[in-house]
Design a binder for this molecule. Structure first.
Ligand code: HEM
Ligand code: HEM
Length: 143
């Protein structure tokens, strides 16, 4: 069972890191790390926070083994991707391979999240009676 609140807390750290980086870029007028800022903020903060909320609110998704794969991929991939992207941006072209590998890890983990949501999220909604099928089941139960 994946703890969604733990992901939410990790994502908040990305928000802070992205904010500091944005502030640094603004003050220094050095926008070379702009793609890093973008992905720390959007992949690290927004996407991870939404995933954390999904796991916190939908236990059927948090309990899936796919959630575990996504959890580790989305925690290990982005820091490596951000670090190698920063090195690449500052001219260390050997970092390119690491960007490629870490990007594949991140995209793969996101694919696991997508499959998990598409195959498991409705089970929870059914149980809650908040999907069409759930409403029907609930109506039958009441009748
Ligand atoms: C918290 C404080 C933040 C500061 C100080 C900040 C600062 C900046 C700066 C200086 C730039 C570069 C602008 C340029 O290239 O002219 C930028 C770009 C960007 N920021 Fe932030 N940012 C912050 C938070 C965020 C957050 C929370 C997100 C998304 C969730 C975000 C998304 C973006 C995006 C997508 C760009 C790229 C825009 C483009 O290339 O046109 N930023 N930010
Ligand atoms: C899953 C792994 C991801 C990979 C491998 C990836 C890769 C890339 C690449 C190669 C670029 C072009 C960078 C450049 O031209 O400097 C880019 C740009 C961008 N990506 Fe991603 N991305 C990922 C996830 C995301 C996610 C989840 C979001 C939003 C929620 C996002 C939002 C953006 C934005 C807004 C830009 C344009 C930034 C700009 O022009 O400054 N990316 N991404």
């Amino acid at each position: 069972m994946i703890n969604g609140i733990r992901l939410l807390k990790i994502s908040a750290i990305y928000l802070m890191a992205g904010g500091f980086l944005g502030l640094f870029m603004g003050i220094s007028h050095d926008f070379i790390l702009s793609p890093v800022h973008v992905h720390v903020s959007l992949l690290g903060w927004l996407t991870l926070a939404v995933a954390g909320l999904v796991y916190a609110l939908i236990p059927a998704c948090a309990a899936s083994p796919l959630a575990r794969v996504h959890f580790w991929g989305h925690n290990i991939g982005p820091p490596v991707m951000m670090a190698s992207l920063s090195l690449y941006a500052y001219g260390i072209k050997q970092a390119e391979k690491l960007i490629a590998v870490s990007s594949v890890v991140v995209v793969f983990s996101i694919l696991m999240f997508v499959i998990n949501v598409c195959t498991n999220a409705h089970k929870h909604l059914d149980a809650m009676g908040s999907s069409e099928k759930g409403h029907r089941l609930l109506a039958e139960e009441i009748a």
